[in-house]
Design a protein around this ligand. Sequence first.
Ligand code: HEC
Ligand code: HEC
Ligand code: HEC
Ligand code: HEC
Ligand code: HEC
Ligand code: HEC
Ligand code: HEC
Ligand code: HEC
Ligand code: HEC
Ligand code: HEC
Length: 323
Amino acid sequence: MKITKALFAALLLASGLALSAAAAGAESAPAAAEPPPPPPALGTEYTEKGADTCLMCHTEAWAYPIFPIFKSKHAQRADARTPFAKFQCETCHGPGAKHAGSGDKNAINSFKPTSFLSPEERNKFCLECHRGNARTGWHASTHASNDLACTSCHKLHAERDPVLATATQPEVCYTCHRKQRADFAKPSTHPVRSGRITCSECHNPHGSNSEALLVKPTVNQTCFTCHAEKRGPFLWEHAPAAEDCTLCHTPHGSVYGTLLKRNPPLLCQQCHTVSGHPAVARTGAALPGGSAGASGFLLAGSCTNCHSQVHGSNHPSGVKLMR
Ligand code: HEC
Ligand code: HEC
Ligand code: HEC
Ligand code: HEC
Ligand code: HEC
Ligand code: HEC
Ligand code: HEC
Ligand code: HEC
Ligand code: HEC
Ligand code: HEC
């Protein structure tokens, strides 16, 4: 037994040594053989005939469909601001004479993740025309700092860009945001699955001045764009509702009803104790039909059976949020 163990250990050691020797060999061999290739670089010359030159090779038969772009806003030559009113394909893809002469894929901005250009360098071509409006905050956004490219979301060689339509946008976001896909499949959600509202009604994916890329400076202001009746002002405010809706609600989806983070009474008891309430015996006598008469404290819905105005009350005697 002892002998076999020792033999085994020796074998292991030997094979380990052999492996590391092989690895060292593999590392050093190519470095010695070839000088490093010159770094890829965009061309500097534009083609003379623009799109006509490109389309000689990039025909309808090209594996990637090029032609749908002619049905998009970018191909409106009558609009002087568009790429096709300028250097056509090369307004976006960069000076293309070098590529058109060689077919070298490293002499053109492909916008693809495999490109030799960094996302920032690729985005420059788009930001040339689109740096204003909603994209003013792009460089400071979470998406820019996580190295997203404009083309992580946008499809340009398409008649319709899926990320711009309410019904198809969520799928684009879910490719990276899987947790949100799961959230929007829960029993209580904002009606995103049914296509009634979409992510960009609450978020500006290009950047914003608030947390979580929200379209408005605060969570509550974002909610009020659609739930204006919750804005107040109320005669009797409920402090948490005035402060932050997400103290009780989750914005995407919940397993509890009404997008709540948890159900009352637990929801309420995170902040409130029972002090101030008359002492109620938690016995069967207080159940519906019991000898003491049904107690609201034991029924489903509990706190909100009595305190129904959890968002604030305008009733003169609504101080306890009961009417
Ligand atoms: C002489 C034929 C030819 C012409 C002209 C031509 N291309 Fe290409 N292009 C190719 C070939 C071949 C490839 C594939 C290269 C590869 O995959 O290695 C390609 C690939 C591309 C790619 C993808 C690069 C990548 O990383 O996969 C883009 C973008 C492109 N061409 C744009 C253009 C534009 C814009 C023009 C006009 C300025 C143009 N091409 C003109 C032959 C041509
Ligand atoms: C508005 C900017 C824009 C214009 C104009 C434009 N493209 Fe593109 N092109 C892109 C983007 C972005 C991609 C990356 C794929 C995508 O997101 O659709 C791309 C991808 C490509 C590819 C690579 C496809 C692949 O994956 O192999 C080729 C080839 C190409 N374009 C050729 C052309 C030609 C030819 C023209 C002119 C007729 C043109 N493009 C005009 C933005 C543009
Ligand atoms: C030469 C200027 C120019 C360049 C470069 C350019 N665009 Fe545009 N883009 C325009 C113009 C002009 C419109 C039409 C705006 C309008 O109708 O108000 C437009 C429209 C759009 C739209 C809205 C399309 C729609 O159907 O409503 C998107 C999205 C867009 N561009 C994204 C991009 C991206 C991404 C890039 C880089 C790959 C890019 N653009 C490059 C000028 C440009
Ligand atoms: C994370 C996904 C995402 C990225 C990355 C992204 N966009 Fe967008 N973009 C959208 C969505 C979603 C809309 C639709 C917004 C709406 O309907 O309010 C949009 C709309 C647009 C529009 C048309 C509407 C408008 O606001 O004028 C343009 C132009 C545009 N984007 C350009 C860009 C450019 C340029 C970049 C890169 C700097 C970029 N986008 C990066 C998701 C994205
Ligand atoms: C290519 C991947 C990708 C796509 C597509 C994408 N995102 Fe993101 N997003 C990220 C990354 C990476 C982060 C930062 C890390 C994180 O929070 O997961 C992020 C963060 C966010 C945040 C949180 C920002 C913050 O400051 O906390 C929001 C909100 C968001 N994305 C919304 C969207 C929306 C809406 C879309 C679709 C229009 C979208 N994203 C599409 C990759 C993506
Ligand atoms: C009704 C408004 C609303 C809609 C619609 C919405 N969100 Fe959000 N989202 C929010 C709010 C508010 C937050 C901040 C959450 C917080 O502070 O607890 C947030 C946070 C996020 C975050 C940051 C991480 C997190 O969960 O806190 C991501 C990523 C995100 N949303 C993606 C999406 C995507 C993708 C969609 C569409 C499929 C979407 N959101 C639709 C309101 C919304
Ligand atoms: C773009 C508009 C819009 C915004 C912004 C918005 N909501 Fe909604 N909200 C809706 C719609 C539409 C419904 C569904 C109403 C219906 O089904 O009748 C809804 C429903 C709800 C519900 C009830 C859900 C249920 O299951 O009954 C709650 C709670 C809610 N929203 C909270 C919020 C909060 C919190 C915010 C801010 C983070 C917010 N909403 C922002 C449009 C919006
Ligand atoms: C203290 C916890 C709490 C806070 C904070 C809160 N809610 Fe609610 N919300 C509830 C409860 C509990 C319900 C369910 C009421 C019921 O079932 O009778 C509800 C229901 C809703 C509903 C659906 C029913 C209705 O009344 O229209 C909407 C919409 C809503 N809340 C929006 C908001 C918005 C917007 C904010 C932020 C301004 C907010 N809520 C803050 C606890 C809260
Ligand atoms: C995030 C903490 C928080 C949650 C959750 C919360 N509340 Fe409150 N609530 C407060 C604060 C803070 C006040 C103000 C207390 C004060 O002014 O003394 C308050 C006030 C009240 C009042 C009025 C008290 C008075 O003396 O006027 C009632 C009633 C009330 N809450 C009921 C509820 C109910 C019912 C729920 C569950 C649906 C709930 N609260 C959830 C923090 C919370
Ligand atoms: C059967 C009806 C009923 C139910 C159920 C109920 N309350 Fe009350 N609550 C009252 C009444 C009535 C008052 C006013 C008592 C007073 O003025 O002395 C009150 C007062 C309060 C106050 C203010 C305390 C104070 O000192 O004035 C808070 C906070 C409160 N309730 C929270 C809750 C919470 C949290 C729940 C759920 C666990 C709940 N209530 C369930 C009837 C109810």
